[in-house]
Design a protein around this ligand. Structure first.
Ligand code: ZN
Ligand code: ZN
Ligand code: FE
Length: 768
């Protein structure tokens, strides 16, 4: 008995080799019919024996191409068509088709790698090899639908061989938009430090030789330039650090293969899967005792930031004498990653000895993503290449399109459209001109790809923030300001579809508060559309405002003076801090004058102060250095905590810091070791946050606690807090698919704006 069925499939099924897969599958099971693209997926008409149809459908969900994420929405029996002989792919009619979803860039697949290393293959050692299962997507596309003319590959005309692959439904390169070969596709070349082309037959082999001998090479990759140097000897890394003005911050390394990763890091199965998946992020992996990598790669860190080769070029660069390469973003501090040839030779002059460049243009720059394994599952710290622009499915409250412009540091932007949130790649610190420009262009580009028509723009509450100022230029749209820490918690609510009134613990470095103070350790009674502040770390003056974040010793002076009084505090500061007494006097005077000393409840600054007071770190050469070094040194086995003191004032819970500072000074006087002091402080933070959460939970009658903010990038704090609260039957949620740091803010702003718009609509209905 023959049957005919209409199968509706949604999810990621376009531009990922899904149609040729179905075509081949149909022929395997003697199925006739057709497959068509629709505005939100594909429809398959399949005719065959009942048994074959069953197998056919089963294989769709179990054995689909690696980049596809098909969801079978429905299977319906329809009338059999007599005399049907073939299975065909119906070409999408342009114009009628609304949106072809664009997927993210994907690491080179096994099949392509095999061809790359096969001397008889026509793409042997061709650095731009790709197919429908791998290669560039988001970084090369500038408009929808995702077709070759809308990508930076449009200037390369396919040769006959490539074209016939592209046209053949049973070929792995059927409709592979960036399809190319050495005859017709992009080319690679090597330049010296002046940007002059070096005459060589095999620029990659030459680059490998140069790297082997210690050169620093700027290599153009998928989302931008990397600066590469061998990672097993000190000298090139020392040179790179000097030239990049990067004293201590860890560099990411690219390692040959997964076997090589095992020799330098402790990793499990889940980590292995994350490292080798289509996204190929940088993964923080616990260091293993080894003499393979130079300690200068990641001094004073417990982790290596490891990634595996994810482009054909990387694969060839790793075929060398060295076991690993430092692969750091090709940029100047705080500037976006370089993505254009001219600009790279200009901006990276003085850093790179050579440039490995090509003529496949990068339309959208995209940094490497950064992830780690936390409690057995991946957790993203920076969401960019490999993940963007795949949307995050959410439950909407309104049905209006929304743009959210994010925070000023670690900026991302978000569009909400239908039930999807399109969160941009990590953009960075907007105070740098070039980054601000990327911010503007990303709003434009992602807007074009999503075809969103925002009616509202969500932004931060801070009127002077660059993203807020920009939001206000949309004169016709409704502007919805969202408090920073509320956005953090709303982001968790959005990610896990949490509703109602819950406890929010939003703990980070800085966010503008409703009272104008610098918030940063906030206990919120949170709903999607609104919040009340229910508790915080006691206020302390931040001498010199923003400057205090760069110089932890300033906060140490402030904490000591607040706790011990002016005279004794200043004196103790001079005893404990390795800072010139004159500078300490100057800060003491600033504190006395109260000029440019905003009040702050920042937990990040408290960590800074404790790190400086205990002699670990006085200056931050990179963000959160003082806190990271303090955590690294902590005695993880030490059980005690400094005593927590929480008082209630007009319904507001205030977490005191003075008793903690007093206990730390006493410990220092009693020669308690720094690892123990650090442990006691970390344990105090966990105890205090848990206690705050529990007090509020009881008051408002919920057992749901949402956690977000940069402080939770510390595994120690997050893991212990979650364990503690869960052991007392709280349900604890924290960002995973989006970072816990400010990379999540635009998404949170959008979630709040969505709820606010829904509420407005509802009120309008009541009033009319
Ligand atoms: Zn491939
Ligand atoms: Zn070709
Ligand atoms: Fe934050």
């Amino acid at each position: 008995m023959r049957k005919r069925q209409e199968i509706t499939v949604q999810g990621i099924v376009q531009g990922v080799g899904f149609r040729p897969f179905i075509y081949n599958l149909a022929s395997r099971y003697s199925i006739t019919g057709e497959i068509r693209n629709t505005s939100n997926g594909v429809t398959i008409f399949a005719q065959g024996t009942e048994q074959n149809l069953e197998q056919f459908i089963l294989t769709i969900s179990s054995n689909h191409p690696p980049l596809a994420k098909p969801e079978i929405i429905s299977v319906e029996d329809i009338c059999v068509i007599e005399d049907e002989l073939k299975f065909t792919i119906e070409m999408s009619q342009t114009g009628t088709q609304k949106r072809i979803s664009i997927t993210s860039d994907a690491a080179t697949c096994e099949d392509c790698l095999n061809e790359l290393s096969n001397p008889t293959d026509r793409r042997y050692r061709y650095p731009f090899i790709n197919c429908t299962n791998c290669g560039p997507r988001y970084t090369i596309v500038f408009d929808v639908p995702y077709d070759r003319p809308n990508t930076t590959m449009s200037e390369f005309k396919m040769c006959n061989d490539c074209q016939s692959e592209y046209d053949n439904p049973s070929n792995r390169r059927f409709h592979a938009q960036p399809n190319a070969c050495p005859k017709c596709g992009p080319q690679l070349w090597l330049c010296d430090s002046e940007g002059k082309k070096i005459d060589t037959k095999d620029p990659v082999a030459k680059a490998v030789k140069l790297l082997e001998s210690g050169s620093i090479i700027a290599a153009k990759g998928l989302g931008g330039f990397h600066l590469a140097a061998r990672a097993d000897t000190d000298e090139p890394i020392r040179r790179l650090r000097e030239r990049k003005y990067r004293k201590a911050k860890a560099f990411a390394v690219m390692v040959k293969d997964i076997k090589a990763v095992h020799s330098i890091a402790e990793i499990g199965k889940i980590c292995e899967k994350l490292l080798t998946g289509a996204e190929h992020p940088i993964v923080l992996c616990a260091k293993k005792q080894n003499d393979i990598l130079s300690e200068l790669v990641a001094p004073s860190s417990r982790f290596w930031g490891i990634m595996l080769p994810y482009t054909p070029l990387h694969k060839m660069l790793m075929d060398a004498d060295y076991p690993a390469l430092v692969m750091t973003s090709g940029n100047n501090t705080d500037e976006p990653i370089e993505s254009m040839n001219n600009s790279a030779t200009n901006k990276l002059a003085g850093i790179a000895d050579y440039y490995l460049m090509h003529n496949r243009a990068i339309y959208t720059r995209c940094d490497d993503s950064v992830a780690k394994i936390f409690r057995g599952e991946p957790l993203l710290l920076r969401r960019a290449r490999g993940y963007v622009p795949v949307p995050i499915k959410i439950t909407r409250k309104s049905n209006l399109d929304i743009l959210a412009v994010g925070a000023e540091l670690k900026n991302t932007i978000t569009y909400l459209k239908n039930n999807e949130a399109f969160v941009s790649q990590h953009i960075g610190d907007l105070k740098t001109n070039a980054t601000y420009d990327t911010f503007l262009r990303t709003i434009e580009k992602l807007g074009a790809l999503t075809e969103a028509r925002p009616v509202a723009v969500a932004c931060d509450l801070h009127p002077a923030m660059l993203s807020t100022k920009f939001a206000k230029t949309y004169k016709d749209l409704s502007i919805i300001p969202v408090q920073h820490h509320h956005a953090h918690i709303a982001a968790v609510m959005g990610e896990y579809d949490i509703n109602g009134t819950i406890v929010g613990l939003s703990v980070d470095g800085v966010g503008y508060g409703t009272d104008g103070a610098v918030w940063g350790c906030e206990l919120l009674t949170a709903r999607r559309d609104s919040f009340e502040r229910s508790g915080h770390l006691d206020y302390i003056p931040m001498p010199g405002a923003d400057a205090a974040s760069k110089e932890p010793w300033r906060m140490a002076v402030s904490y000591l003076i607040s706790t011990l009084g002016f005279e004794k505090g200043t004196k103790t500061a001079k005893e404990l801090l390795e800072i010139e007494p004159a500078k300490i006097n100057a800060i003491a005077e600033i504190l006395k004058s109260k000029i440019n000393c905003p009040s702050s409840s920042s937990m990040g600054r408290f960590f800074d102060a404790v790190s400086a007071i205990s002699g670990v770190c006085f200056d931050n050469s990179y963000e959160a250095q003082a806190a990271i070094e303090l955590e690294n040194i902590a005695d993880k086995e030490h059980p005690d905590a400094y005593i927590v003191n929480i008082t209630e004032k007009d319904g507001m819970l205030i977490l005191a810091y003075k008793p903690v500072v007093e206990q730390i000074i006493a410990d220092i006087q009693n020669n308690v070791s720094v690892p123990v002091i650090s442990a006691r402080f970390h344990n105090f933070v966990v105890e205090a946050l848990a206690m705050l959460a529990k007090k509020l939970a009881e008051k408002i009658g919920t057992n749901i606690v949402a956690i977000s903010g940069g402080v939770f990038q510390s595994d120690l704090i997050l893991d212990r807090l979650v364990t503690k609260l869960e052991s007392e039957n709280y349900r604890v949620f924290f960002n995973r698919r989006l970072p816990v740091n400010d990379g999540t803010i635009s998404f949170g702003q959008a979630i709040v704006a969505d709820a606010v718009l829904a509420k407005r609509e509802k009120n309008k209905k009541i009033h009319t």
